[in-house]
Design a protein around this ligand. Structure first.
Ligand code: OAD
Length: 261
């Protein structure tokens, strides 16, 4: 049974902000919604974002100095240990209400695409289906030389295992700075950005290309942009609607308000 307006406004009023009625109704009419997520959506699961200082042993390292092919060539064990630390941190977390709300939203619209810059696998764990892991996945591995996939058991190793085929070094299946993205994933993401009614920008600072260009592609193709982030991002200026708050609160509130159960 559709919630009546006053229950809608009650739900809406519980949010840290008001969602304009016009936006609520046009979201309901949406046939295709594309979401782009960044590290911010996993922040409430306890995973530090990129631009937050790293904690503990890794505090003195800058991700940009570890997540590169050069760093892996120079000191494979160091890079491997850093990813092992991140894998263990991520394995101790679970999807937060923001991830879960996106998985619920996917069931509310005819077509939905989720482009994520995150490599933590939390969207899949939350039940999202149509995920484009633009920057890969920290729990997958491949050979740095012949690029053949390597078994997930590589995660148990303390240093880069050797490839069973060519004896090259096994590495995490994540995009390093300066590396090309997987062409099929990039194509799918561009298509999803260019063919949606609404483009949701969630928990990303909007600095890193090519993901940072997707909101522009979506806007040029006629989509309405909604940003969900407690702070401004590099693309806030082109966004029509800004929902200033943490994804773990805003997304559940948005889904409950627009598509009441
Ligand atoms: P950043 O660390 O650059 O930005 C995180 C964003 O999340 C910021 O805009 C924060 O304001 C926002 N944020 C923080 N807490 C939030 C919350 N609870 N809810 C919603 N938003 C929140 O991370 P990304 O934009 O994801 O690339 O960085 C993009 C890429 O830069 C990463 O994928 C990585 C890095 O280089 C590669 O690894 C190739």
């Amino acid at each position: 049974m559709a919630a009546t307006d006053n229950s809608l406004s009650n739900t809406a009023s519980r949010l840290p902000f008001q969602i304009p009625e016009k936006l609520i109704h046009s979201l309901r009419q949406a046939q295709k919604i594309t979401a782009l997520t960044g590290a911010g959506i996993s922040a409430e699961s306890g995973i530090p974002t990129f631009r937050e200082a790293q904690s503990g042993l890794w505090a003195r390292y800058n991700p940009e100095d570890l997540a590169t092919p050069q760093a892996f060539e120079r000191d494979p064990d160091l890079v491997w240990r850093w990813y092992d630390w991140r894998r263990k941190l991520i394995a101790s977390t679970r999807p937060n209400p923001g991830h879960l709300a996106l998985a619920a939203l996917e069931q509310k619209v005819a077509q939905f695409a989720l482009i994520t810059q995150n490599v933590d696998g939390l969207h899949a764990a939350a039940g999202s289906q149509s995920i484009i892991e633009l920057h890969g996945n920290i729990f997958r591995f491949y050979c740095n030389r012949c690029r053949r996939p390597a078994p997930a058991s590589a995660a148990q190793a303390q240093s880069p295992p050797q490839c069973a085929y060519c004896r090259g070094m096994i590495r995490p299946d994540v995009v390093w700075f300066g590396e090309q993205l997987d062409a099929s994933r990039l194509d799918a993401a561009v298509k999803a950005a260019k063919s949606c009614d609404f483009f949701l920008l969630i928990g990303t600072s909007g600095f890193v290309q090519p993901a940072a260009s997707f909101p522009y592609l979506a806007s040029k193709a006629g989509a309405t942009l909604i940003e969900i982030n407690p702070a401004a991002s590099a693309v806030s200026t082109i966004v029509e609607h800004v929902l200033r708050g943490p994804a773990g609160e805003v997304l559940p509130g948005l889904v409950q308000t627009v598509w009441p159960a």
